[in-house]
Design a protein around this ligand. Structure first.
Ligand code: GLY
Length: 295
């Protein structure tokens, strides 16, 4: 049985410096390798995408976990969603503060909260009730470059120089797919603003019947076309993972004028990606083949 994983480090311009983009691509390659190691040993797709996203959340040039953009108040509020395509279970959090690995908290929401989606103070209280590790806001705001980029991205709309969001999708040897997306959201956003990332069907979707998908880009546009579920639906009509991603990006562009990117793995283990920004660091591994990474 084929196993595969594909990850992204966020769609955007990535033209601030070549070194920065290379660091993002290297983090993607490392994340894909870590996820593949789990799949190789017969581990689940959910374990693989969580492990991969944890690595991306630790990378300071990526907008998730450590390295998240500050909001207009200088605080960090993060969103995350994880979904298991075997039974369509999901866990999501929004506007969570002071955690290094939002995707792991989203998974605990899925497994332990009795709910699908917790936000703000309630998500904080849940994290504390299960003893989830907390950190300071200073630990998340490690990259001074982000402060400069806030001027580029004022209002959270323009993405010419920056990246946005991380994600991973995988299929395991049992044919189960999973998706995970984690983000610090747009730079300089209003406190309380929530983007597409934690919204099921927008920031991610996973269904064994079709595909697993993770999205990145300007959330105000992405959520209006429910872009990740749209990719799954395209796969359901017979499109390849790649063609389905390309078609959904066309819909995004034509219906909203928005920018973003997608990764997908379909139920046959084929990976695909597409973006309409200048770049989107990504990496994938299929079976035991060498990791492919680019942007
Ligand atoms: N795509 C992440 C966001 O807009 O928050």
């Amino acid at each position: 049985m084929t196993f595969a994983i594909i990850v992204h480090g966020g769609a955007g311009g990535w033209n601030r410096s070549a070194a920065r983009k290379q660091e993002a691509i290297a983090a993607c390659a490392q994340a894909a390798e870590a996820g593949r190691a789990i799949l190789q040993q017969g581990g689940s797709a959910v374990d693989a995408v969580e492990a991969a996203v944890n690595i991306l959340e630790d990378c300071p040039v990526l907008d998730a976990g450590r390295g998240s953009y500050p909001n207009a108040e200088g605080n960090v509020e993060m969103d995350a969603l994880i979904m298991d395509g075997q039974d369509l279970t999901m866990g999501a959090i929004a506007a969570i503060q002071r955690v290094r690995h939002p995707i792991s908290l989203a998974r605990r929401v899925m497994l332990e909260s009795g709910h699908n989606f917790l936000v703000g103070a309630g998500a904080d209280a849940f994290a504390d009730s299960i003893g989830f590790e907390r950190c300071s806001v200073e630990e998340l705001l490690v990259d001074d470059l982000h402060i400069d980029e806030m001027t580029v991205a004022a209002g959270g709309v323009r993405m010419e120089a920056i990246g946005d969001t991380v994600g991973a999708v995988a299929i395991d040897i049992h044919g189960n797919v999973a998706a995970a997306t984690s983000t610090g959201g747009t730079a300089n956003k209003r406190a309380g603003r929530v983007g597409d990332s934690p919204l099921v069907g927008s920031g991610a979707y996973a269904d064994n019947w079709t595909a697993a998908v993770s999205a990145t880009g300007y959330g105000e546009a992405l959520m209006r076309v429910v872009i990740s579920k749209r990719v799954c639906d395209f796969v359901g009509t017979g499109l390849s993972a790649r063609a389905a991603c390309e078609s959904a990006i066309r819909v995004l562009e034509e219906r909203t004028g928005g920018v973003g990117g997608l990764i997908a793995v379909d139920a046959r283990g084929q990976v695909g990606w597409a973006y309409n920004t200048l770049a989107m660091p990504y990496a994938y591994a299929v079976n035991n083949d060498p990791v492919v990474s680019d942007s």
